[in-house]
Design a protein around this ligand. Structure first.
Ligand SMILES: NC(=O)c1ccc[n+]([C@@H]2O[C@H](COP(=O)([O-])OP(=O)(O)OC[C@H]3O[C@@H](n4cnc5c(N)ncnc54)[C@H](O)[C@@H]3O)[C@@H](O)[C@H]2O)c1
Length: 396
C-alpha cells in the first residue's frame, strides 16, 4: 500500500509505519547520544498514554537511557490490510521492535485506561511479568472519559471561563491567521472537563496499583501539566483545561499521602506539537512563534529532549527535583524565560496571514505536525509500497 497524509482539520487520518519507525530511531539516537541516567533511575516503568507525545518520550527515555522494562498503555487503532493504523500504533510497534532487539522488556495494552478492566489487566500483566513497578507516568490526553463506576460519559471542552475570549489563531491547513471568538464554558462544561483531564483517574490508578501490591518501595509517579504565558491564559490556564490542571495538582497532593508512594509530582512541560495541542485554539499560532524564538536562542526542545531533561536534571539528579512554590517541576523554564516571552509577545502583535512564514516558524510547526504521523521524514520513500500491518506485543 502507498500511504500519503490525509489531513482533516487538526488530525491526519493516515499514518506511515516506516516514517513512524524512522522517527522512533531518530529519538532513540538522540537519547543514546546523551549521558546514561543515574543508577537511581527506574528499572520497571508503567506509562499511561505511552503511544504519542509526552507519554511516548516517557517510555523512550527510561528504556534507552536507563535500560528500563516498560509496560505501555494507550488507545490506538490497529491497521487492517487496506487501512493504516494510527500513528500511536506504529510508534509502539517500532518502539517494541527496537527495545526487543536490545533485549529490553516491552509490552503494551491497547484499550480504555479510564476503565476498571484495563486497570485489572495492567495489574495482572505487572504481576506476571514484572512483579512490581518503580515508576508510573500519567500522560493521558483525551476528549472523553467514561466514569468506571457510574458509566456516565464526560466530555472535555477547550473554552474560557466567565467571559468570551477573542484572539488571533491560525488555520493550520490554509496557513491563514484570523481572529477567533470563543464563548465561555457553562458550569457543567467546566465540571466535565475536570472529570476528563483532572486528576481523578490518576488517583484511581495509583490506589488500584497500591492496593494490588504492585508498586515497589520508593515508587515515583509523575503527571504532566502546562501553564504557558499570559497570552494564552484565557484559553488555557484560566480556562476549562486550566481548572482540570489545578485539580490534577490537588490529586498529586492526595497521591503523595498514599502509603507506598515515595513521591508524586506534577511536571509543567513546554508547549510542543502533539495531537492534543493541535486541537487547542490559539495555541498552534503561539507554538509557531515560540519555536522561532527558541530556535534562534538555541533552546528549542521537543518531547524527547524535555523528558530526558526531566529524568536526568530533575527526577533522578543528585539533588532530586527542584520545584516551584506550588511543588511543581518546571521543565517549561526555557520557554518561560523573559527574553523568549518578550520576543513572542512582540511578534504576536504583528503576525498576520501575509507575514506568517517570515515572522514565525510555521514551517516548523507544519513539519512537526506531519512528523507526528510519520510523514516528511528524511530517508523514507513515500512513493513506495509498504505493508500497513505491524505487530504490537499485547501479551495474553
Ligand atoms: N502538547 C503539549 O504542548 C503539552 C504541554 C505540556 C503538557 N502537556 C500534557 O501532557 C499530557 C499528554 O499530552 P500529549 O500532548 O502528549 O498528548 P497526545 O495526544 O500526544 O497523547 C495522548 C496519549 O493518551 C492516550 N489515550 C487517550 N485516551 C486514552 C484512553 N481512553 N485510554 C488509554 N489511552 C488513552 C493516547 O493513546 C496517547 O498515547 C497531557 O496531560 C497534556 O496536558 C502537553
Amino acid at each position: 500500500m502507498i500511504i500519503k497524509p490525509k489531513i482533516r482539520g487538526f488530525i491526519c487520518t493516515t499514518a506511515h509505519p516506516d516514517g513512524c519507525e524512522a522517527n522512533m530511531r531518530e529519538q532513540i539516537k538522540y537519547i543514546k547520544g546523551q549521558p546514561a541516567l543515574s543508577d537511581k533511575a527506574p528499572k520497571k516503568v508503567l506509562v499511561l498514554g505511552s503511544s504519542t507525545g509526552y507519554g511516548l518520550s516517557s517510555r523512550l527515555v527510561p528504556a534507552f537511557a536507563g535500560g528500563a522494562a516498560t509496560l505501555g498503555i494507550f488507545f490506538e487503532k490497529p491497521p487492517t490490510d487496506n487501512k493504516t493504523g494510527s500513528a500511536g500504533w506504529y510508534n509502539t510497534a517500532a518502539f517494541e521492535k527496537i527495545a526487543h532487539e536490545e533485549g529490553l522488556y516491552a509490552s503494551s495494552l491497547n484499550g480504555d485506561a479510564f476503565s476498571n478492566e484495563l486497570k485489572d489487566q495492567a495489574i495482572q500483566r505487572i504481576k506476571d511479568d514484572l512483579g512490581q513497578v518503580d515508576m508510573v507516568i500519567y500522560s493521558l490526553a483525551s476528549p472523553r472519559r467514561q466514569d468506571p463506576e457510574t458509566g456516565e460519559v464526560y466530555r472535555s471542552v477547550l473554552k474560557p471561563i466567565g467571559e468570551s475570549y477573542t484572539n488571533k489563531t491560525v488555520n493550520t491547513d490554509k496557513a491563514e491567521v484570523y481572529d477567533i471568538t470563543i464563548e465561555p464554558a457553562s458550569d457543567d462544561e467546566i465540571e466535565q472537563t475536570v472529570k476528563v483531564m483532572g486528576g481523578e483517574d490518576w488517583e484511581l490508578w495509583m490506589k488500584a496499583l497500591g492496593d494490588a501490591g504492585v508498586l515497589a518501595d520508593g515508587c515515583r509517579t509523575v503527571a504532566y501539566s502546562y501553564i504557558g504565558p499570559e497570552l494564552t491564559w484565557p484559553i488555557y490556564w484560566d480556562g476549562t483545561i486550566g481548572q482540570a490542571k489545578v485539580n490534577l495538582e490537588e490529586s498529586c497532593s492526595r497521591i503523595n499521602a498514599l502509603d507506598g508512594i515515595a513521591s508524586a509530582h506534577v511536571s509543567v512541560n513546554k508547549a510542543v506539537v502533539t495531537q492534543a495541542s493541535s486541537a487547542i485554539p490559539v495555541v498552534p499560532l503561539y507554538i509557531a512563534l515560540l519555536f522561532k524564538a527558541m530556535k534562534e536562542a538555541g533552546t528549542h526542545e521537543d518531547c524527547t529532549e524535555q523528558i530526558y531533561r526531566l529524568f536526568s536534571d530533575q527526577l533522578y539528579s543528585e539533588n532530586g527535583p527542584q520545584t516551584d512554590d506550588k511543588g511543581r517541576i518546571r521543565i517549561d523554564d526555557w520557554e518561560m524565560r523573559d527574553e523568549i516571552q518578550a520576543a513572542v509577545a512582540e511578534v504576536w502583535k504583528q503576525v498576520n496571514t501575509e507575514n506568517l512564514s517570515s515572522v514565525s516558524d510555521f514551517e516548523g510547526y507544519q513539519k512537526g505536525f506531519l512528523k507526528l504521523f510519520g510523514f516528511g521524514i528524511d530517508g523514507v520513500n513515500y512513493d513506495a509500497e509498504t505493508d500497513p500491518l505491524r505487530e504490537v506485543n499485547l501479551g495474553g
